[in-house]
Ligand binder design. Structure first.
Ligand code: ATP
Ligand code: MG
Length: 246
């Protein structure tokens, strides 16, 4: 029997005023699985991550994390349970150093996080080394360039020691060498036992990382399955891949 899912999303819907950003989406994430999430701009990918992490409230539907229905649980409590995310629009804490930005993640992470600042900074340094950003630890976060900001987002999320990691386009704007480095990092994270949902427009990364693929289009799930099958699905080619090649 397959292991019980760590994350189970049922009939999730989010409406903004007149717009349905996410419509009745159901899927699950197994322990240790990497699930790729793709779809055109505006398909509802970031909305889905925000609903799971609790920064947005669902209109209807259910999110179950490790057999617990999350309901209206606030984001900080979900983080304590072990749901970590990155932000597509990066928001480093201005005025704080790179290492302290990551230490904030360590202070508010799984199980309530580190209690002591010194310990949080220690964990932050480990994560910065892990993502290749240790040499920038003392700089102010807003001084970082694009690729380094992506690394910072990743280190912040990892410092929470999440059980489920939601990655929202952490490779956007990176060059090929940098993308390969992030792919290797994500693999290593999974090998440590984390379950990962990865949103990415970089198809090379999606292909090489995903155990399974989920496709959203206009807020609806149009495919969910083995990457080879999904990427050859005519609906997916029509909605996303064909358009990208054009
Ligand atoms: N806070 C909000 N208020 C109103 N509409 C929103 C809000 N957030 C997102 N939307 C709308 O919901 C839809 C889905 O947006 P979302 O950001 O989830 O798409 P996405 O798949 O992440 O796109 P991208 O690939 O461009 O990041 C879009 O039409 C967007 O304009
Ligand atoms: Mg998005």
């Amino acid at each position: 029997m397959p292991a019980a899912p760590i994350l189970d999303v049922r009939g999730l819907t989010k409406r903004f005023a007149g717009l349905t950003a996410l419509s009745n989406v159901t899927f699950s994430l197994a322990p240790g699985e990497i699930l790729g999430l793709i779809g055109p701009n505006g398909a509802g990918k970031t909305t889905l991550v925000s609903l799971v992490s609790g920064t947005l409230e669902a209109t209807s539907g259910e999110i179950v994390f490790d057999n617990e229905i999350l309901g209206d649980m606030p984001a900080f409590r979900r983080a304590q349970l072990g749901i970590g995310r990155t932000f597509q629009i990066m928001r480093p804490f201005p005025g704080l150093s790179v290492v302290d930005n990551v230490a904030v993640g360590a202070l508010f992470g799984t199980g309530g996080g580190e209690r002591e600042l010194a310990k949080a900074r220690e964990r932050a340094m480990e994560k910065l080394e892990f993502v290749g950003l240790a040499h920038r630890a003392a700089q102010r976060a807003e001084a970082l360039g694009g690729p380094d900001r992506k690394r910072l987002e990743l280190a912040k999320a990892l410092a929470m020691n999440p059980r489920v990691l939601l990655l929202d386009e952490v490779m956007a704007g990176l060059n090929n060498v940098e993308i390969e480095a992030v792919i290797a990092i994500v693999r290593k994270v999974r090998d440590q036992g984390m379950s990962i949902l990865v949103i990415e427009h970089v198809m090379k990364a999606i292909r090489s990382l995903s155990d399974r693929l989920l496709v959203l289009h206009h807020g609806e799930k149009i495919a969910d399955g083995a990457p080879d099958t999904v990427l050859n699905d005519p609906r997916v080619v029509e909605a996303y891949l064909g358009r990208r090649r054009a």
